[in-house]
Design a protein around this ligand. Structure first.
Ligand SMILES: C[S@@+](CC[C@H](N)C(=O)[O-])C[C@H]1O[C@@H](n2cnc3c(N)ncnc32)[C@H](O)[C@@H]1O
Length: 370
């Protein structure tokens, strides 16, 4: 019986899968209209504050956007952000505007054609945003080997990624690399494709299914276990939606497998625990994050209205107190007295994600237990 996700690919199969993926994004697809499914399409509407930014982005960059979600962490002015699998650079350019002249964005991709598009519009975007110097750079590299790119460990406030991790063969290496590059208090904020069961090996070998971000998808619960094993103690789902496989032939191939596009926030903060524990703590949002005057959404289960006091578990407390969000909250309590498991939480996160995602994709807890 299979007990969990294993990366069983050999070195030679690895390079051929990468070559196929790179070919798919560099040569087969010329724009998002060539996609066969909606896996690499974003169904959610852009938040209002992002619309004027996206409208400034060069058309060629937008045409080659293949993301499946919105990856715009809040309160990132002046921050360093890393985008894994940055493609033609759409998200990097939106983030470039949000981090501002004093921030920095690094995009990493392995496909020359995508990097060429991203790089060719750096100067155009610098001018559009009115920056004296470009604050974006694109590096050619393999996100499974982030330690080979010369990036300093613990130097990023946020790592983002949009519809890419599913394409990697060694997904654990990607998560570990992201974890190592994050500062304490940083977060991996990313959208990707997941499945409600493990994908059979023969489907994983289908280059179109793989390239379309389907057959490389992780079973949600294997993903959650893997994320925890590299140090992301409490992955929090922000949004989720089931994918529609429009193409009949593709639908026949995947049969009953249900795929989801899910956006997670995975905070790296010292002291986080495997479960949500109750220390009698509470927080209050000040309404001070730019573009979020009325409320701040940490995850699908934690929407903090300005001025209202919320009791929280220890992990949520740390996600706010030991991160860049600290100045935007008032805090009560400490970790001196433990009152047991946080009262609104289940004891098991495993299994909840797939069930919840299929029943209620807009507010699924996806591994967060409160
Ligand atoms: C579905 S596209 C998404 C691109 C971009 N994030 C966007 O939203 O438009 C996947 C991208 O991931 C890149 N990619 C896939 N596997 C990679 C790897 N192991 N290392 C670096 N880039 C990779 C591909 O070259 C491609 O540009």
């Amino acid at each position: 019986m299979q007990s969990g996700y294993e990366n069983t690919s050999t070195e030679s199969s690895k390079s051929s899968v990468k070559a196929e993926v790179s070919d798919y994004y560099g040569k087969t697809l010329s724009s998002s209209s060539d996609l066969k499914t909606d896996a690499c399409c974003t169904a959610e509407a852009l938040p209002d504050f992002a619309k004027p930014i996206v409208s400034q982005i060069h058309e060629e960059v937008l045409m080659k956007y293949y993301g499946c979600g919105i990856i715009l962490p809040e309160s990132i002015e002046g921050c360093r952000v890393l985008d894994l699998g940055s493609g033609s650079g759409r998200d990097c350019y939106v983030l470039s505007k949000l981090v501002g002249q004093n921030g920095h964005v690094v995009g990493v991709d392995m496909t020359d054609e995508q990097l060429a598009v991203a790089n060719s519009h750096r100067e155009y975007m610098r001018e559009k945003f009115g920056f004296s110097e470009s604050n974006v750079e694109f590096l050619k590299g393999d996100i499974e080997k982030l330690d080979e790119l010369g990036l300093k460990e613990e130097s990023f406030d946020s790592v983002v990624s949009n519809c890419v991790v599913n394409l990697a063969e060694d997904k654990r290496a990607v998560l570990q690399g992201a974890y190592d590059l994050l500062k304490d208090g940083g977060e991996f904020y990313f959208s990707d494709v997941y499945s409600d069961r493990r994908i059979p090996a023969e489907l994983q070998k289908d280059p179109v299914l793989y390239g379309e971000c389907l057959s490389g998808a992780l079973y949600i619960n294997d993903f959650l276990d893997m994320a925890k094993s590299v140090g992301f103690a409490d992955p929090r789902q922000i949004t989720g939606r089931p994918l529609e496989i429009g193409d009949k032939k593709t639908q026949e191939k995947v049969g009953s497998i249900q795929f989801y596009s899910i956006t997670y926030r995975m905070v790296k903060a010292k002291g986080m625990e495997p479960r949500c524990e109750d220390y009698g703590q509470a927080v209050r949002y000040k309404g001070s994050i730019e573009n979020f005057a009325d409320y701040f959404t940490l995850d699908a289960d934690h929407k903090f209205e300005k001025g209202r006091i919320y009791t929280v578990c220890g992990n949520t407390y740390l996600m706010l107190k030991n991160t860049r969000f600290e100045k935007h909250f008032d805090f009560w309590g400490d970790f001196k007295t433990h009152y047991g498991l946080y009262h609104d939480c289940g004891t098991s996160t495993e299994g909840a994600a797939a069930t919840t995602a299929s029943e209620d994709t807009s507010s699924a807890s996806g591994g967060s237990c409160c």
